[in-house]
Each structure stands twice: as C-alpha cells, then as structure tokens.
Design a protein around this ligand. Structure first.
Ligand code: ZN
Length: 260
C-alpha cells in the first residue's frame, strides 16, 4: 500500500504528466470504484475537462479540473496508476481510464475494486502532517486531548491527522527516540517537541529519498529505507535487537535501547 511519502511523489509526477491536459475520453470499466456516481455521471464530470493540478491530502490524491471541481482518488490497499500510450494494452483489472488529446492514457487499476474515485466535497477536518495546518500548537493540543492513548494509536488515527500509516508511525517514534506504546499524557514538553519535529522530518526525508528511488513513478511503494518497521526480530541501525508488540491491533517495532 503506498504511504503518504509515496503519494506525495506520485502527486508531483502526475502533475508533471497531466497538468494542463484536456481529457478527450473517459472510460469506466467497473461501477464500484465510482459509486455513488453512475457511469454516465462520472463521464460527464471529467470528460473534456482540463486537469489543473494533482495534489496529495493525507493518503488521497486530488485532481482539480478547470471548472474548479475536484476528483478524489484513494488507492486503498491495491490500487495502481498507469500512464501509457494510446495503442498500448489497457492493463487487466483496470477500473477506469482518462484518454488525453496527446494520445496518453491514465489508467486506474485495482483487482479488488476497493480503489475509490469520488467527487471531492468540503468538510474535511483532519490535518495533513506535512501541511502548514500541522502546527506545534495543534499537535500539543492533540496530545493533551488524547492523554490516555498510545502514541502509535494517535499517529495512525486518521480522524485528526490524516495520512500516517503503521510503518511511518514506527519510524517517527524511532526518530524521536520515544517508544510507540507510551501514552501521550506521559510526554514532557521537550518530548512533545521532539515527536512533533520527528513527524515532519521523517515524512519529508522519506519524500526526498523516494524521489531519488522511484524516478517518475506513479505506482508502487518504496520501503527499503525503514529503520525499524517491518524488521521483525531484526536490528535497529545501531545494531540493537528490536522488540515487536501489538498496539491497538497493529504490529509495531521499536528499539528498547534507542527509544525511551
Ligand atoms: Zn537501537
């Protein structure tokens, strides 16, 4: 599943590929991903419109058109994007496709059909962790509101801060040198600041690395740079044995030596 930093890079690459381009034809192959819209409504919404920009919000990609309307894409667990040339075979399990006037095609694919393509409506209250709205004051207030909740659960809770998955939550805690199972209310002022900074730097560093690692990609997931997450019974970058535990039902890794 692509994570926030992957999607940040996809949004940038999709903007390079599609911004300013007019959609000549929209094809819908599966109904579930575009629900509650019907095929004709979806086609009428996007066809003959120009894509102005593609931006990421949380784990969603927002395609804004020249009429000011926005299409929201959530790839969910298995969704993939392909940017192909006219004449090339549309990938199997494609759910929809945008054909552009320059003979390029953007294909939305998902064998599970969980991928979501929706009209974007206002009323999104969560904060994206690498946006200006994610301030230290906001984070401090969040920690005090959730004083009896573990840090891991707060970081992955999409309701307040949107876009951090289990893997990056573990990485953030490792970089902050704080254990993910600690309760928010236990953190002193200094630890709160360190954790706040770790959220931003961990995600931004990942974006930089992914940009180098997946040049021009708009699909897949780039994970090889993780320091602790997914390394069951492995070692932290300093060579200490990692501990594994479940927090709020999610597998978590941390270093008992590096993290307090
Ligand atoms: Zn360590």
């Amino acid at each position: 599943m692509p994570e926030l930093p992957d999607l940040e890079v996809f949004a940038e690459n999709l903007t390079k590929y599609t911004a300013g381009k007019k959609i000549k034809k929209v094809e819908v192959f599966k109904d579930k991903p575009i629900m509650p819209l019907k095929r004709l409504e979806f086609i009428a919404f996007a066809e003959r419109k120009i894509i102005k920009s593609v931006k990421r919000f949380g784990k969603q990609l927002l395609f804004t058109f020249d009429d000011g309307k926005t299409l929201l894409l959530h790839l969910m667990l298995h969704g993939e994007l392909y940017y192909i040339n006219e004449g090339e075979k549309i990938p199997e399990y494609a759910v929809a496709a945008f054909h552009f006037f320059d003979k390029k095609i953007l294909v939305f694919k998902d064998h599970t059909q969980w991928l979501k393509l929706r009209l974007h409506t206002e009323g999104e209250h969560a904060v994206d962790p690498i946006s200006k709205a994610f301030t230290s004051g906001f984070f401090k207030a969040l920690l005090s509101e959730k004083a009896k909740t573990t840090l891991k659960e707060i970081l992955v809770d999409q309701e307040k801060v949107t876009g951090i998955g289990s893997s990056y939550a573990d990485e953030i805690c490792f970089n902050a040198k704080i254990r993910p199972q600690r309760l928010a209310g236990e953190l002193d002022d200094k630890e709160q600041k360190v954790l706040y900074n770790a959220v931003i730097t961990t995600l931004k560093d990942a974006v930089k690395k992914i940009k180098k690692g997946m040049n021009g990609n708009i699909t897949g997931e780039y994970t090889v740079h993780f320091a602790v997450h997914g390394k069951k019974k492995g070692f932290c970058p300093l060579g200490h044995k990692l501990a594994t535990l479940k927090i709020g039902g999610r597998g978590s890794e941390y270093c008992p030596k590096c993290q307090k």
